[in-house]
Ligand binder design. Sequence first.
Ligand SMILES: [Zn+2]
Length: 324
Amino acid sequence: MVVRRIFEMRAAGYNIKRIATVLNDEHILSPDDYRYKMLHKESPRYTHYLWSVIAVKRILRNQINTGNLAQMRTTTVSYKNHKVIRKDESDWVIIEHNHEPIISQELWDKVREVDASVSTGKKTKEGVTLPLSGLCYCADCGTKAKQQSSGGGNTRAGYACGKYSYYGKKYCTSHYITVRALNQLVLDDIQRQIEFVKTDSNAREKYLARKRGLYAEQQGNDKKRLKEMGKRIAELDRLIGSVYEDKVSGKMPEDMAFSLLEKYQVEKKFLQAEYDELTRRMALDLIEYITLDENPRKKSIPRDIHIYYKLIDRPLTDKKNALA
Ligand SMILES: [Zn+2]
């Protein structure tokens, strides 16, 4: 199913041009060509049998694919002027669950998240998109940071000022930071933010009010999931504790206690692994962008890294330059 594949490619972070190229490379008929083929007619228009960026975009924005029918998408200026104008998305009338969906609401939402994010990310040689790929900018010149991969594994991979990387030290300085250090720093800060929103009821109210306004439909984001995982880990700790107690007091046979303990501990390990790792999904959900200050001359001076959060901070106006 071509439509679903297009959505899946986009959700996986492909840019629109790349999706069109994949479809063209596989000789998949473009929507226009397909329609005329079904009608057994020659297309009256000049056609080059290729997917354009516009054709891919049109599919990705068409709510009909989720089973919702978007109506009143266009309007005319007046009854005399019949020029068709596309209306702003907020003015569309959406009829939900109108027909069988081609793609799930979840996939649709994921594609919207990718659209809204500052970055679609760049894959490393190993084919992974790093969590903060494309979200970092130089604090001094505003240029997007260049992701530097290293030959020997991921340990020396890092981000550096794009201008410096491409044009040299005459134009900016390196601003280098390793992927590992930045990921850890960001994860720590996210967890602090979660704590803050959780404990400060004022902050929570503000956050929720913005969230309702901006992402009314967004569900199941990673903040919520993190919270649930945290709860489950605490619960597992309790369960593990009580199995030990029951075993010691003889309420539970030893082999049964062992198998239960093993089960709980495996689950806990998995949860913690996820909880302790910054994921691409988490980064895209929560972070608008990051600016990297230069490394201070002396080790004793702290370095500034600013993390701008979605919903909390102002969105970036120019994706090419953070200082614009
Ligand atoms: Zn710079």
